[in-house]
Design a protein around this ligand. Sequence first.
Ligand SMILES: O=C(O)CCC(=O)C(=O)O
Ligand SMILES: [Fe+2]
Length: 370
Amino acid sequence: MEATAAKLIGREKITGATAALFAGSVEVPERFLRTKELQAAGVVVGDDETFKLPVVNMAKLLDPELSASETAKLGSACRGWGFFQLTNHGVDEAATQLMKDSTAQFFNLPLESKNTVAVREGGFEGFGHHYNGSSSDKLDWAENLFLYTQPVQDRDMEFWPANPPTLRHALDRYSVEMTDLARRVLGFMAADLGVSRDALLGAFFSRDDHDDDTLKPKMQSVAMHHYPPCHHVDKVLGIAPHTDTLGLTFLLHADDTPGLQIKRGGRWFPVRPLPGAFVVNVGDILDVLTNGAYASVEHRVVPDAERGRTTVATFHDACVRGQVAPLPELLGVGGGEVAARYRSIGKLEFRKGSARATAQGTRFLDTIRM
Ligand SMILES: O=C(O)CCC(=O)C(=O)O
Ligand SMILES: [Fe+2]
């Protein structure tokens, strides 16, 4: 995130007082209290069968006999839900386990150790609170380590913790796995959308030639989240409602504590992650690329009363020749049969606009919809 955007949605350092609060002090300070917001935000549904998040099975996507129907399932999840769980994804289990363990160990360290990679004034990378907009001074009940992971030259190693000693290697390895996973998933999304693989993958990756092995993400970033337990779950939020501004997100759960909720039909629906599955969601840029076919859907996190929760979100950025715009193939280039539902906008303008909207608690996509 460039300096201007970072200023609009600053991140704050975790103080000793916050660490004590997260460790269980009883009185929740005003800055964390969101009772009114939570009351206004509407109903949370229970474990209603009809609200089961779609499950997409990568093994079926890869099976020639089952691929077509599973691709349709993937498409309908992205269109109707904006979210799905991905099973049999083929991500290296040892890499995933190392990432989970190293992340959990990082958040278990004393504050002084975590603050060696603390977010800096006006900056975005590092350890701290989630961003908070200037219109709301509220803080989320969470601590977060945000890093750019790809392309490799964009890494700022000063923010990559040296402790626990496995974390840097874990991130490096995991980041490659997530690149591969994004490549595979986007290939099937292209099939569902009826666009060429090159068109959709070309928005997310740059490549040296037509060899898939040289595909490099235009930008991949990772947010490691820790939500301490909270006895006042009706008063605080782990992450305030938002949509993901980038293209595609993969969420890894380091434990089985629930907390993620998706907004659907005006109600908040809790996600119950299947063991070993990734929760995958469409971000704002993929919504625009698909000309609104895939939906970027609002979600939030509520802390658990008894157990902490640790997750790792991996984001992939995308653009078409420097623009955030519907894929030309979807508009029937030249023929112009399909009307664009979003106006195209320069990458930088998109980032600034998204940051401004986040700061104001509004949705930037609403301002570029035609
Ligand atoms: O931790 C989670 O469940 C969700 C994280 C999230 O929404 C994000 O990082 O954008
Ligand atoms: Fe998110």
